[in-house]
Design a protein around this ligand. Structure first.
Ligand code: ADP
Ligand code: MG
Ligand code: MG
Length: 885
């Protein structure tokens, strides 16, 4: 198996492994592909991700094979470019770039201009005829290499540069002369010597291997781990390393560097979008050092920018670039995010990848591209990340609301966000953990801020363009972001913020409109999202292709209505206990629990019956004609017990019993482990009158709705926490008996089903037996996960994080189903249930019913439906469609 793949020049790109991102990473695979379709790509080579994994596993050692293969790959670059690595007269310089399977913005560090030393810098000056450029490149190299590979604090270099500029009275780096850079190089080298106790490495081989090691090691850096955890990227993938001949955007006014998208990544509009800088290198554009210029004339006009666009300043190179955009979109059949450099008028492509986009843009592009015939409807469905829909389903700012606009920046990531101001990532995280909504305000964000960006409702930066770190990361996370709001100045000492002439402090509220870049004081009213348009079209396609039905978990008429608007096709889980907790009812519930006798309980239940019936009637009206799974009372009675003395006093008045007596009863009902205690069907078995009342309320309400609206709901009465066939048999008889009573009284009949939740391992194992009594199973994967893993969901926060970090669980098993373990029980129960009753209805009602990966598993097992909370219904519709394609 090859450890290294060369690209560009005369390299052979036919090995399919080279285009496999799992082997060569996203960047490496696409560089090879661009070279193959004839685009101008500087030659280079990619070290496989496999090498990274074995290097990290094997105590940071390079294999002999890798050393040999790298040496011959360097020869490939030398031969193609006609320069040699480490040659003093005409040196080859390379970049060393990381590239994992999926792009991880800012996570991995790139080193540019590698191969420079005190001798080769002179050769570079000679051959390029540009001394200033050579020394600029050398100081950049020392700075990057010093920071990334040698671990010298980059602040030290930046400070030295600032002082050098100040001494000269310069504002921009571009004003620095050759001699200035030379002086700075000497200072940089002194910094390295001081910090490390040894000189900056002059041996180019040492430089190269040091950089390769740094890229490998960066896979395990803290910030990469945070990003991986937030994005569910397995730690075992590793990163590839790309070593590539340098091309120079910093060779004067005919050179430039830039980043571009083939369509607008914020809105999805079909227009080239990008930023570039004359006489600059790589990271300059994204680092926010100088304000980048617009790519197209149209964008420049719209923004009213002074600096010329690339279209105007470099028409030939721009024309070529536009041609490349078209080729790339046709080739990849998707919007591309591109990095390019122009060296002395000649265009070079340095990267392409399918671009990150906002949910809104993803939706628009998918629908547009299907319309253009670039992709099919099915592909369009697969293009939109179901979880991203979440962003579109949430409110935006009410256009009619008053806005106290403080300033405007760039609309870097759409959506509305309000919250209190915090000025650093750690505070953002702390405040968010305490339940506060915060807006993170920074000069510019860096990868160290990711946890704070995640914790914040929205992000505001004073510097940086549309492709800055803040913008890219915020779009990926779905956080509204306004970037480059230059009127914002932050004083970290006083923890205050000045915007124009307004002074704000940490803790004041701020609202951001990420769709137009406005920054407002206070909180601004919001409106509900638009369900029509592209969203409606895509959902229609999804509905056309999905097999599974999508229901909702809801127990209030409002949630039911919302879920219907989102396309729910029934209720998968209506938890009746939520109705019991209602303030106006809790005392009747407590009266029932604390009653000494069956009669006492029946008296209290009689008060609850009309209330429950009214609840169900409202729900059934919304869900007329649709299946509604109603779960009978499930939680331990323990949870309803009064705590405060005042509660006992109230209860004494309503029941006429004395407080001491009530307290003693409450003491008797106390449980040590309520989760495994007197709950679920165990309540129904011991206090049948509770389930009788609930069944009566369900059937009476259903009959009423059938009579008044003509469209009966189909109640699916669900018995929780069943472990044995006999439990369900007893309760099924009870439910059937009540149904017959009600039908006789109402002189009407409706269709209904009795079934059970499968949420105990025993129930899953005995599903074949239980199915004799059940017309449906609903997998209660929350409890099934708790009982199978022996992990209490409510107590798992303390160890689940470390468990995921250490790869014990790939993801939080309460968020995404543990398919390997708990999944087996689901699969087996489905199989055994069907064997007994081939038309048994199967669904899932745990939290997992709204998680795309779990939904894909449900499709595989052949469940009839999934059920999700109302906002997750569209996500589930799309995920179900994707799963069946
Ligand atoms: P990231 O993954 O953070 O985008 P890259 O490896 O793409 O890092 O490198 C960052 C920047 O460095 C790119 O924008 C690119 O313009 C520049 N760069 C990388 N390799 C070269 C090269 N061989 N020649 C010129 N510029 C380069
Ligand atoms: Mg980078
Ligand atoms: Mg890049």
């Amino acid at each position: 198996m090859k450890t290294v793949y060369t690209f560009g020049g005369s390299a052979d790109h036919t090995d399919p492994r080279q285009k496999d991102k799992t082997v060569t990473g996203g960047k490496g695979a696409n560089l090879a592909e661009m070279a193959q379709i004839g685009l101008p790509v500087p030659p280079g080579f990619t070290i496989t991700t496999e090498e990274c994994v074995s290097y990290l596993a094997g105590g940071s050692d390079f294999s002999e094979m890798l050393r040999t293969d790298v040496a011959s790959a360097v020869k490939h670059i030398e031969a193609t470019v006609g320069k040699s690595f480490g040659n003093n007269d005409d040196p080859l310089l390379v970049s060393v770039r990381s590239g994992a399977r999926v792009s991880m913005p800012g996570m991995m560090d790139t080193v540019l201009n590698l191969g420079l030393n005190d001798k080769t810098v002179k050769g570079l000056a000679q051959t390029s005829g540009d001394e200033r450029f050579a020394w600029d490149s050398y100081r950049r190299f020392i700075q990057m290499y010093g920071d990334v590979v040698l671990g010298v604090d980059h602040g030290l270099f930046e400070e030295a540069l600032e002082i050098a500029k100040e001494d000269k009275g310069f504002y921009n780096d571009t004003e620095m002369e050759s001699e200035d850079w030379q002086t700075l190089v000497a200072e940089y080298k002194a910094i390295v010597q001081d910090e490390l106790g040894h000189p900056f490495p002059q041996d180019v081989q040492e430089q190269l291997w040091g950089a390769i090691a740094a890229v490998f090691d960066s896979w395990d850096a803290d910030r990469a781990k945070v990003y991986r955890r937030l994005n569910d990227i397995p730690s075992g993938w590793g990163t590839a390393v790309n070593v590539q001949a340098m091309v120079f955007g910093n060779m004067g006014d005919t050179s430039a560097t830039g980043v571009a998208f083939t369509r607008d990544p914020a809105t999805g509009e079909k227009a080239y979008y990008g930023e570039w800088l004359v006489n600059a290198q790589g990271e300059d554009v994204v680092a926010g050092i100088r304000t980048p210029q617009y790519l197209t004339l149209a964008a420049r006009d719209r923004a009213g920018a002074k600096q010329p666009s690339m279209e105007e300043a470099m028409p030939a190179a721009y024309g070529e670039l536009a041609g490349v955009f078209e080729i790339l979109e046709q080739h990849y059949r998707d919007m591309q995010d591109i990095e390019f450099t122009v060296q002395d008028g000649k265009l070079w492509m340095l990267q392409t990848r399918s671009g990150k986009r906002t949910a809104k843009a993803a939706l628009k592009m998918a629908v547009d591209m299907a319309g253009e015939g670039l992709i099919t409807e099915k592909e369009a469905i697969l293009r939109v990340d179901p979880m991203a829909l979440d962003q579109l389903l949430h409110p935006t700012l009410d256009p009619k609301a008053n806005r106290d606009v403080l300033t405007s920046g760039l609309p870097a990531s759409p959506g509305a966000a309000s919250g209190t101001i915090v000025l650093d990532a750690d505070s953002a995280e702390q405040a968010a953990n305490a339940g506060e909504k915060v807006i993170l305000v920074r000069v510019e964000t860096s990868p160290e801020d990711i946890h704070g960006m995640h914790a914040a409702q929205g992000i505001l930066t004073a510097r940086g363009g549309m492709t800055s770190h803040a913008a890219v990361v915020a779009r990926g996370m779905g956080r509204p972001c306004v970037s480059g709001a230059s009127a914002v100045s932050i004083d970290l000492k006083t923890r205050t913020l000045r915007i124009g002439n307004r002074e704000l402090k940490e803790g004041d509220t701020l609202t951001l409109d990420g769709s137009n870049g406005q920054v407002m004081a206070g909180t601004v009213a919001t409106i509900e999202p638009e369900m029509a348009g592209d969203f409606g079209v895509l959902m229609e396609w999804a509905d056309k292709y999905r097999r599974m039905r999508v229901r909702t978990n809801a127990e209030t008429p409002n949630d039911c209505k919302m879920a219907r608007q989102f396309g729910a096709e029934g209720i998968g889980l209506c938890r009746t206990e939520h109705m019991f907790f209602d303030a106006s009812r809790i005392s009747a519930v407590r009266e029932m629990i604390l009653a000494d006798s069956e009669q006492g309980r029946r008296d209290a239940l009689a008060k609850l019956l009309p209330e429950q019936r009214a609840d169900f009637r409202q729900i059934f009206e919304v869900m007329a004609g649709l299946p509604c799974t109603i779960r009978l009372l499930d939680p331990p009675l323990h949870e309803f017990l009064p705590h405060a003395d005042a509660d006992f006093d109230d209860l004494a008045v309503t029941t006429g019993l004395d407080v001491d007596h009530l307290k003693r009863r409450a003491g008797e009902l106390h449980e040590f482990n309520p989760m495994l205690g007197h709950r679920g069907c165990r309540l129904g078995i011991t206090y049948p009158e509770i389930y009788e009342m609930q069944a009566r309320a369900i059937f009476e309400a259903a009959c009423e709705v059938a009579l008044t609206s003509g469209a009966a709901p189909v109640p699916e009465v669900m018995v929780p926490l069943v472990a044995t066939r006999r439990e369900l048999q007893i309760l099924r008889e009870l439910i059937d008996r009540i149904a017959q009573e009600v039908f006789a009284e109402q002189e009407t009949e409706i269709e209904y089903l009795v079934g059970t939740m499968i949420e105990l391992p025993r129930a899953a194992l005995m599903a074949g037996e239980i199915a004799h009594e059940a017309l449906f199973f609903s997998f209660g994967t929350n409890d099934l996960t708790q009982t199978t893993l022996g992990v209490s969901r409510d107590d798992s926060a303390r160890f689940l994080g470390p468990y995921v970090d250490q790869g014990i669980f790939e993801r939080d098993p309460f968020v995404s189903l543990d398919i390997e373990g708990v999944g087996q029980l689901v699969e087996l129960a489905a199989e055994r249930g069907r064997k007994t009753r081939d038309d048994i209805k199967l669904g899932i009602c745990g939290e997992h019913g709204g998680d795309p990966a779990s939904i894909a598993f449900c499709e595989k097992v052949g469940l009839d439906y999934v059920s999700a909370s109302p906002y997750r219904v569209p996500i589930a519709r799309l995920a179900a469609a994707q799963a069946s394609l």
